[in-house]
Design a protein around this ligand. Structure first.
Ligand code: K1U
Ligand code: ZN
Length: 173
């Protein structure tokens, strides 16, 4: 397994729509393993393939919070939201591609998602709580959308300016 570099906003690869996965091979399984390792190392609770520069519809997540509970690493390929609740939930979101910036985002409180697993078998599950927030945040990444796209333009511009500065400083270091 290997750690992948996480792209930082602004980057055109984070604004592109990812392509469906067609090949369920060893390369895909290796990418999923690397993404899980990268997510746990960050640390984060989710990661989408475009964030590591791969324009494919693949995401990983593990929102188990309790220290004594077993981890639940999930790999979702070509995920589709098939149902959303009327009830909505607000969560202060962060993003590994926009480090140290957080903002409240309102989304459906529960969602049903269908996806393919690494063997190409269809799976369906209803998610609530942090899992629902996270899976929607990650599917947005597959559609070139970031959590800051839900914010008012001024706040979004402020965060983007901070990120441009951070990237310039990182490039100089
Ligand atoms: O997609 C990403 O950039 C990962 C992101 C997922 C996410 C966070 C919050 C709400 C929705 C989606 C993160 O994992 S940011 C880091 C984070 O939230 C976290 C890190 C350590 C422990 C717990 C949470
Ligand atoms: Zn993110």
């Amino acid at each position: 397994m290997a750690l992948k570099s996480i792209l930082l906003h602004p980057d055109p690869r984070l604004k592109a729509t990812a392509a469906p996965v067609t090949d369920f091979d060893k390369t895909l399984a290796r990418l999923a393993d690397d993404m899980l390792e990268t997510m746990y190392d960050a640390p984060g609770i989710g990661l989408a393939a475009p964030q590591v520069g791969v324009g494919k519809r693949l995401l990983v997540m593990d929102c188990v919070k309790e220290e004594n509970s077993a981890p639940r690493p999930m790999v979702l390929i070509n995920p589709e939201v098939t149902w959303v609740s009327e009830e909505r939930n607000t969560y202060e979101e962060g993003c590994l591609s926009i480090p140290d910036q957080y903002a409240e985002v309102e989304r459906p409180a529960e969602v049903e998602v269908s996806w393919l697993d690494l063997a190409g078998a269809q799976q369906t599950e209803r998610f609530g709580g942090l899992w629902a927030t996270c899976v929607q945040h990650e599917i947005d990444h597959l559609n070139g959308k970031l959590f800051i796209d839900y914010l008012k333009p001024l706040k979004r511009q402020m965060i983007t300016r901070k990120m441009v500065k951070l990237k310039r400083e990182k490039a100089r270091a």
